[in-house]
Design a protein around this ligand. Structure first.
Ligand code: MLT
Length: 317
């Protein structure tokens, strides 16, 4: 309660607003909601931050989300609870190797997931999020374009199967989604035959094959609401349960099984970097020491990364 109160008054003093991802911890999402901020996927976070009149954005998520906010709103101060909150997809797609890969295939349109660094975005023709991935690739395919897709190989394969597009895929993966286990999920389905299985397409093929609905976070929340089943087995970061349970309070939500049990699972379906976004860290960020909190993107990089990001926002309208 101490930090919640402190953050609330700091937000007012500093003309700041919290922009939080669905995968952050419930207390962070609740605070964002209570204080007029947003809880959303990366596309909505980008839109919300760019349109909001606050002079400071506190981005509770992982680093690329802060960078995206700064690229779209250079006039705003963008703070993060910690700049150490990384993303395995971003880490798995280093700038130099990626640029070389693109240069080897100059005939291909470069489409990168939002989960990448500003430098990787700067080399891209398009940025995309999972909520519009299939539509955008369908559109580019209809124009006869051949695609480089980076960094998530599972999402790339899923989009390829949905669209039939010619896609050359970077071999990255999300450590959370990569960990869902097929045999355990089959057992769980047998245990809860009335449950629908909801799967994020960053998961391995065998998990997607067991799904009743496949989609991005916002699409899975809608599916949980719309499907008639009384319960859901959910294969994505369990941070999503906060908004999913709000959307369907009467339904029972189970997290899909991950590799290992208890203390032996690597992520246990929760991103360790998202979990770094705590209340104290938000208070510290707002309190003044910008070191370790303030997102900076050089103007040269910003201008280059802005183009494919704006194309994404225009396409998503
Ligand atoms: C995002 O766009 O925030 C992530 O891909 C998760 C999702 O929304 O599916």
């Amino acid at each position: 309660a101490f930090y919640r109160q402190k953050i609330k008054s700091l937000l007012v003093d500093k003309n700041a607003v919290i922009v939080a991802h669905y995968y952050t911890d419930p207390e962070i999402q609740a605070l964002a909601e209570e204080t007029g901020g947003c809880v959303a996927d990366s596309l909505e976070m980008a839109r919300f931050g760019a349109k909001h009149s606050a002079s400071t954005l506190v981005v509770a998520g992982v680093k690329f989300m802060g960078e995206t906010a700064k690229i779209l709103s250079p006039e705003k101060q963008v703070l993060m609870p910690t700049l150490e909150a990384q993303c395995s997809l971003d880490i798995g797609c280093p700038e130099e190797a990626f640029i070389r890969f693109c240069d080897e295939h100059p005939d291909r349109t470069v489409v990168v997931y939002a989960n990448t660094s500003a430098a990787v975005k700067a080399r891209a023709d398009w940025v995309v999020t999972s909520s519009i991935a299939v539509e955008l690739i369908e559109h580019l395919d209809s124009l006869g374009e051949k695609i480089i897709w980076a960094p998530d190989r599972h999402l790339g394969r899923y989009v390829q199967q949905q669209t039939g597009a010619d896609i050359l895929c970077w071999e990255g993966a999300c450590i959370v989604h990569d960990e869902f286990k097929t045999q355990s999920l089959e057992k769980m389905k047998a245990l809860y035959p009335e449950a629908a299985v909801l799967v994020h397409p960053e998961s391995p093929q065998a998990i997607v094959d067991l799904a009743d609905a496949v989609g991005s976070t916002s699409q899975l929340i809608k599916a949980a609401q719309n499907l008639p089943n009384p319960s859901m087995i959910v294969a994505t970061d369990k941070g999503i349960f906060y908004k999913m349970q709000q959307a369907c309070p009467d339904k029972t939500l189970y997290i899909a099984p991950t590799a290992g049990e208890g203390a032996t699972c690597r992520t246990c379906a929760h991103c360790p970097w998202m979990a770094m976004n705590g209340l104290k860290a938000i208070a510290d960020a707002l309190e003044g020491s910008t070191q370790g909190h303030q997102i900076q993107v050089s103007e040269i990089l910003r201008e280059k990364a802005l183009r494919p990001l704006n194309k994404m926002l225009d396409f998503a309208e």
